[in-house]
Ligand binder design. Structure first.
Ligand code: ADP
Ligand code: 5GP
Length: 191
C-alpha cells in the first residue's frame, strides 16, 4: 500500500452472509497496519469467537447503560440483537494515527457518516440474492429463525447502501479483496 499522510476512517457494511468478514480478513492479512474496530454486542458468541477479539460480548443491561452514558459513536438493533461502536476506542485509534476500519450494519454506518463526514463508506454487495442466501445458510452458524430475521432486512440494507461512497461486489473473493484494496489505497493516498 502507498504511504499515507493522515488517518482515515473506513466503514464497511454488507448483508449478513455476503462475505464481508472473509473479504476483510484477507484484506487485513495483506494490510496489517489497519485497525479493525472491535464492537460491543448482546448476541451470543458463535463457536470459535473470542471475547475482546471478535466482539465485546455484553449483556443487554450493560449495553443500555452504555447508551444512557453516551459511550457509543453509533449503535443499532440488528436481527434481534444490539451492536455498537465505543467512541473512546475509535478516538484513541485515530489519535494514535491509525487508519481504522469499522465493520458495521447500514443504520450505524449512516450515523457515523452524519457525525464524521470524512468517513468513507464501502458496501460489499452480493452477486445475487440467491448467492447471498446460499452463503448465509452454507456458513451453518445460525438457526432458521435467525436466518429469516437476517434475510428480512436485506432489502432495507440494499436501499440504504445507495448512500454509500463505494460498492464492491463479492463474487470472486480475490477480485473483491483487490477492489477493496484499490479503493482504500486510493483514499489514503488522497488524504
Ligand atoms: P459476513 O461476514 O458478511 O456475514 P462471511 O464472511 O461469514 O459473511 O461469509 C459467509 C460465507 O460465505 C462463508 O461461509 C464464506 O466462506 C463464504 N464466502 C465469502 N466470500 C465468498 C466468495 N467470494 N465466494 C464464495 N463464498 C464466499
Ligand atoms: P454478526 O452477528 O453477523 O456478527 O453481525 C450482524 C451485523 O451487525 C453485521 O451487519 C455487522 O456488520 C453488524 N455490526 C457488527 N458490529 C456492529 C456495530 O458496532 N454497530 C453496528 N451498527 N453494526 C454492527
Amino acid at each position: 500500500m502507498n504511504k499515507k499522510s493522515s488517518k482515515k476512517l473506513f466503514v464497511i457494511s454488507g448483508c449478513s452472509g455476503v462475505g464481508k468478514g472473509t473479504v476483510l480478513k484477507a484484506f487485513l492479512k495483506r494490510n496489517p497496519e489497519f485497525m479493525l474496530s472491535v464492537s460491543c454486542t448482546t448476541r451470543k458468541p458463535r463457536e470459535g469467537e473470542v471475547d475482546g477479539i471478535n466482539y465485546f460480548f455484553i449483556s443487554k443491561e450493560e449495553f443500555k447503560n452504555c447508551i444512557d452514558n453516551k459511550k457509543f459513536l453509533e449503535w443499532a438493533e440488528f436481527a434481534g440483537n444490539y451492536y455498537g461502536t465505543k467512541k473512546k476506542y475509535i478516538n484513541q485509534c485515530l489519535e494514535d494515527g491509525k487508519d481504522v476500519i469499522l465493520e458495521i450494519e447500514t443504520k450505524g454506518a449512516l450515523q457515523v457518516k452524519k457525525q464524521m463526514n470524512e468517513a468513507v463508506l464501502i458496501f460489499i454487495a452480493p452477486p445475487s440474492l440467491e448467492t447471498l442466501e446460499a452463503r448465509l445458510r452454507g456458513r451453518h452458524t445460525e438457526d432458521e429463525e435467525t436466518i429469516q430475521k437476517r434475510l428480512n432486512v436485506v432489502k432495507e440494507e440494499l436501499v440504504l447502501s445507495k448512500q454509500y461512497d463505494y460498492r464492491v461486489v463479492n463474487d470472486d473473493l480475490n477480485a473483491a479483496v483487490e477492489e477493496l484494496e484499490l479503493i482504500i489505497n486510493g483514499e489514503c493516498a488522497n488524504a
